[in-house]
Write a protein of this length. Structure first.
Ligand code: ZN
Length: 220
């Protein structure tokens, strides 16, 4: 009986160690950041940048423009076509009583590098990979992605706002998609981010919404 209890104890410890081994680096487990391809169409509106598709260190869009300060927390840059679409969206939302404000837009490779390594230093690599992107793997470097906040002025809690509900209904009409939906975490490689929107143009955004899919699957 004692031997039986001891065996159970050993098996439990082994099981815990195995679980820790596989979950400490989920990206390895799911195949992210392995088999990395270089992005060949960085200027394409439908460009795919994720944990397996990497932008060059020096890539920077050539048509970056500042977002109207009425719709941005501070000076934020985005590609011209996205700026027009986002300002149109934010203006329409405002007319209907919703305040949608950009908190992050274009981010350079070096800025992303700093951001990612701050996460690694403070919370470890597994956490950094879950909450941030390694440099070259962030959509923010394309100038096509925007993080937004609403009435509670906390992008982390954007899902709790009426602005989020508005975005759920209308973002696609302006060419934006919720880039990292909860149900596609295993496909996108990123945890659910209710605040992160990606410009893909009205046609693709409408199809992605109608088909209830994500960019990775849409482009396949
Ligand atoms: Zn983002």
């Amino acid at each position: 009986m004692k031997e039986e209890t001891f065996k159970k104890f050993v098996y439990t410890i082994l099981f815990i160690l195995i679980v820790i081994f596989f979950t400490k680096d989920c990206d390895f487990f799911f195949g992210f950041y392995k088999d990395i391809r270089k992005v060949k169409n960085p200027n394409d509106i439908l460009v795919l940048v994720n944990k397996n598709n990497k932008l060059d260190d020096d890539y920077m869009p050539k048509d970056l423009e500042a977002i109207d300060i009425n719709y941005a927390m501070e000076e934020k840059y985005i590609r011209k076509e996205v700026k027009i679409a986002f300002e149109t969206l934010a203006k329409k939302a405002k007319e209907e009583g919703y305040n949608i404000v950009a908190v992050s837009a274009f981010r350079s490779y070096s800025y992303q590098d700093e951001l990612y390594h701050t996460y690694v230093k403070t919370s470890g690599k597994a956490y950094a990979d879950r909450c941030s992107a390694r440099p070259g793997h962030s959509e923010h470097q394309t100038g096509l992605a925007i993080d937004v906040m609403g009435e509670n002025q906390d992008y982390n809690k954007f899902a709790e706002t009426k602005e989020f509900q508005w975005m759920q209904k209308h973002a696609h009409e302006y060419g934006f998609i919720l880039r990292y939906p909860e149900k596609f975490e295993d496909v996108t490689g990123f945890k659910y981010e209710p605040w992160h929107y990606r410009y893909v143009g009205v046609e693709a955004a409408t199809k992605i919404k109608e088909e209830n899919t994500c960019l990775e699957l849409y482009l396949q």
